[in-house]
Ligand binder design. Structure first.
Ligand code: HEM
Length: 439
């Protein structure tokens, strides 16, 4: 059983292309080899990329026949081996069940006002009439939201964590660290002084808080920390300290939401007619469906997580190739999202395509799929919507450069290559837009 064909250049050059110019590289491979091709990655082995939704369905519904593979190579050392993202079945599902209630149903609604308040405070601090980068501002919002979701609203405790988490995020975003990861591998990066300096203080704050809550069981439960400290598996056992550390860091180092928000504004600014419709949905008391469609279309065109990596635990036929157990397979999110059969004119930003019905399960996969689908997907979509509403109601955003921003691979996600540069102006008073009514 041989793997499907793919580019012949040496693995180190393929890995370099994947890191430096991911989308053009993937598109070239797709044009040359079709829907199923093999990338040879330095350190991470061979990956069979899948671009046909039928194959994606097979992988996402394969149950025990697929395992976690290497997840995101950066995540292992950052999150720790006991994070839900890196556990194999059945431990993965047991852990997932403990975590789901924090990011589903009532929990999502309960945090909606907190999300808007965080966004309002952040927007009020933006410079007016001067260029600035939006991506770091979105990171500040999503970091504050996740800190509050995890630790609760106590300002004193949040103060202890905020600066440490910002320093860790900055370290993770440094292109130099991504290069070192590619060249030397994750283990060596995790042993480096820089990593320890960035991660140590966050770990300390998180563990102190978990221990404090465990020692004070009568304290009113607040945030995900309380929930996880109290959570019990079906056999009555609780999460160990190591488990708690890895889970809390998994949640606190969320990157894709801020990247997706930066892309949402970047896409809207390049498409002023859609921006008007989105703003009208906010200002004219629309039902929010257009904003939902904007978010879905942004996640289609600019999915922050480019591949969802799995390891086959049993042989499987994919794209007409019989692949052996042990093969790493990777549904390729941007190529699937640009499939012309499913999304006519895929290069155009058309939120309208998501107004008619639900997004196709195996052809819209920004949150992955199957039993490992992002467990905070509804939470993240709600957060994006609250931030979008707040910003659109408060300021007019204009792009600094005429040229659209390209995709760059940063630590965890595909981010805008100029960090989404904008100029903000106060919203002019006057008649609310009528664009939505006209549409
Ligand atoms: C737009 C924002 C987000 C995107 C695009 C995103 C994307 C993803 C993707 C692609 C996966 C892997 C799914 C798979 O392997 O099939 C994932 C898993 C996960 N995400 Fe997200 N994510 C987002 C926001 C968040 C947030 C805000 C949190 C929590 C604070 C979060 C927590 C997790 C967790 C815990 C998992 C592991 C689930 C499991 O293995 O069972 N994500 N996410």
């Amino acid at each position: 059983m041989s793997l499907p064909p793919g580019p012949r250049r040496p693995p180190v050059l393929q890995t370099w292309a994947w890191t430096r110019r991911p989308l053009p590289f993937l598109e070239e491979c797709h044009a040359s080899y079709g829907d199923t091709f093999t990338l040879r990655m330095a350190r991470w082995g061979d990956w069979v990329l899948l671009c046909d939704p039928a194959d994606v369905k097979k992988v996402f519904t394969a149950g025990d026949a697929v395992g976690v593979a290497i997840a995101n190579p950066l995540l292992g050392p950052v999150l720790g081996p006991r994070s839900v993202m890196l556990l194999e079945e059945p431990a993965h599902m047991e852990r997932r069940k403990l975590m789901l209630p924090s990011f589903h149903g009532a929990a999502v609604g309960a945090d909606a006002e907190m999300m808007a308040a965080v966004a309002r405070r952040e927007v009020a601090s933006w410079p007016i009439g001067e260029p600035f980068e939006l991506w770091p501002r979105m990171q500040a919002i999503t970091q504050e939201v996740v800190m509050r979701a995890v630790f609760g609203p106590d300002e004193g405790r949040l103060d202890g964590l905020r600066a440490r988490l910002t320093a860790l995020t900055e370290w993770m975003n440094e292109p130099r660290n991504l290069n070192r990861l590619v060249l030397f591998g994750p283990e060596r990066l995790a042993r480096s002084k820089g990593y320890r300096r960035a991660m140590g203080p966050v770990e300390e704050a998180v563990m102190q808080e978990a221990q404090r809550r465990r020692a004070n069981p009568d304290e009113a439960p607040l945030g995900v920390v309380s929930m996880l400290v109290e959570a019990r598996y079906e056999d009555g056992t609780r999460l160990s300290e190591g488990d708690l550390r890895d889970e809390l860091l998994t949640l606190l180092t969320d990157g894709p939401t801020s990247t997706s928000l930066a892309w949402t504004f970047e896409r809207l600014m390049r498409n002023p007619d859609k921006l008007e419709l989105a703003r009208a949905d906010v200002l004219e008391g629309g039902d929010g469906r257009y904003l939902d469609a904007v978010i879905k279309e942004t996640l289609r065109m600019r999915p922050p997580v480019p591949v969802v990596v799995r390891r086959l635990l049993a042989p499987m036929e994919l794209g007409g190739h019989k692949l052996p157990a042990g093969t790493i397979v990777a549904p390729c999110v941007p190529l699937i999202h640009y499939s012309e059969d499913i999304y006519p004119e895929p290069e155009r930003f058309l939120p309208e395509r998501f107004l008619e019905g639900p997004a196709p399960t195996y052809a819209w996969i920004p949150f992955g799929g199957g039993v490992r689908r992002c467990l905070a997907a509804s939470y993240a979509e709600m957060e994006m919507k609250r931030v979008l509403r707040t910003v659109l109601a408060a300021v007019d955003l204009q792009p600094v450069d005429e040229r659209a921003e390209g995709m760059r691979k940063s630590a965890i996600s595909f981010s805008p290559d100029r960090n989404a540069r904008v100029i903000a102006r106060p919203r002019p008073a006057g008649r609310p837009e009528t664009a939505l009514a006209a549409a």
